[in-house]
Design a protein around this ligand. Structure first.
Ligand code: SF4
Length: 365
């Protein structure tokens, strides 16, 4: 890899030898998607779109983006909103820390930068939830500053083009790929080049089935020439997942139900959910009834009528697989345990931000 970087370093770029970048941008002009955050240099809009598109496909993120910027069109409106409202607009997108960080960064900009987006890369990087990739995207797309973007698409394209074996999830890999990306980017064309290479990774050099036969870089692609495109990008760690077993109780008392707001460092911080019992393994309703947690929850609640129960469904998150069951239970008395929950009129439950898992349950009815 270092030999490659040295070789690229010695290329006569000052004389305009940006062949790869030229081919990427030519491809981009013909193939780019028409996206609402493309034709703007407003750093706020670019930032929101980049945060939404982390971990989210364009097709899924589009409606969220349009709703979000329609309700929060600028830093001031986002900083003035409650965290709960911002989470409600994010409901269903997952990775909710992104929404909390967006609002926190907007408040920070209101305080530290007079409500404006900072122009300097280091200042952008100092905002909550903004890493090197997002900072580079904002300053290059908004102001054409010469910072290379290195996201999953760029890692993939570069690792294949140059057959780079360094794992992309290693510190060394991150440094080397960033250096390589910088060497390929004409400094005066940062905006166009960065957008082009990202779009190329998203549409042409796909993770599973790259469209090599129609690729403008096929003659230069070292992985293709060696016949081992699938080998790249190299990763050192496989993601480990953890199984969890959730049992939700949709408790009905008169015209009310009960929610609580998740806190701490676990998933879905700030979102609301029904009373929950988590077990270490699969447990059916009879087993739950024997547990201490169930007794505490329903002690002195009178007769329980299990009206509807949804059997276990599988809900996959990035590092966890949740097996969740829902029980709709009518009670006769509001006991002491339930007084620590938020009592919500059943027809107002939609006003509360909830996880996608609970949203799907409520939709099913
Ligand atoms: S030839 Fe295939 S693997 Fe190589 S850059 Fe083009 S699409 Fe990607």
């Amino acid at each position: 890899m270092f030999a490659l970087i040295k070789q690229l370093d010695n290329m006569p770029k000052g004389n305009g030898d940006w062949t790869i970048s030229r081919e990427l941008t030519a491809w981009y002009q013909t193939n780019k998607r028409d996206l609402p955050w493309r034709d703007t240099d407003d750093p706020y809009i670019i930032w929101v779109s980049e945060i939404i598109l982390q971990q989210t496909r364009v097709a899924q993120g589009m409606d969220y983006f349009l709703r979000f910027v329609s309700r929060f069109p600028d830093i001031a409106s986002l900083a003035a909103a409650s965290e709960e409202e911002v989470l409600k607009y994010w409901q269903g997108l997952g990775y909710y820390s992104r929404a909390r960080n967006l609002r926190a960064a907007a408040c920070d900009m209101a305080e530290r930068f007079g409500g404006h987006f900072p122009v300097h890369y280091k200042e952008v990087l100092s905002l909550k939830g903004i890493g090197e990739y997002t900072a580079a995207a904002v300053v290059s797309f908004a102001w054409n500053q010469p910072y290379p973007v290195v996201d999953g698409n760029v890692f993939r394209v570069l690792s294949r083009l140059f057959a780079v074996d360094t794992p992309i999830d290693s510190t060394e890999g991150k440094k080397e790929f960033t250096r390589l990306a910088a060497l390929l980017m004409p400094p005066s064309e940062a905006r166009l080049h960065n957008q082009a290479i990202m779009e190329f990774g998203a549409l042409q050099c796909l993770p599973q089935n790259p469209a090599c036969p129609t690729c403008p870089l096929v003659c230069k692609c070292m992985a293709y020439q060696a016949g081992n495109v699938r080998r790249y990008p190299v990763k050192q760690h496989k993601t480990r997942t953890r199984d969890r077993y959730f049992h939700y109780f949709h408790i009905i008392y008169k015209n009310y139900t009960y929610l609580h707001r998740r806190s701490g460092k676990d998933i879905w911080t700030g979102l609301y959910e029904f009373p929950l019992i988590e077990t270490d393994a699969v447990a059916d309703f009879a087993e739950l009834q024997q547990s201490e947690a169930f007794r505490r929850l329903f002690n002195h609640a009178g007769r329980l009528t299990v009206a509807v129960s949804h059997p276990q469904t599988k809900h996959v998150l990035s590092h966890q697989i949740l097996y969740a069951a829902f029980y709709r239970i009518e009670i006769e008395e509001e006991n002491e345990a339930l007084q620590s929950y938020t009592r919500v009129p059943t027809d107002e439950i939609d006003n509360y931000p909830v996880s996608r898992l609970i949203h799907i349950y409520l939709e099913k009815g």
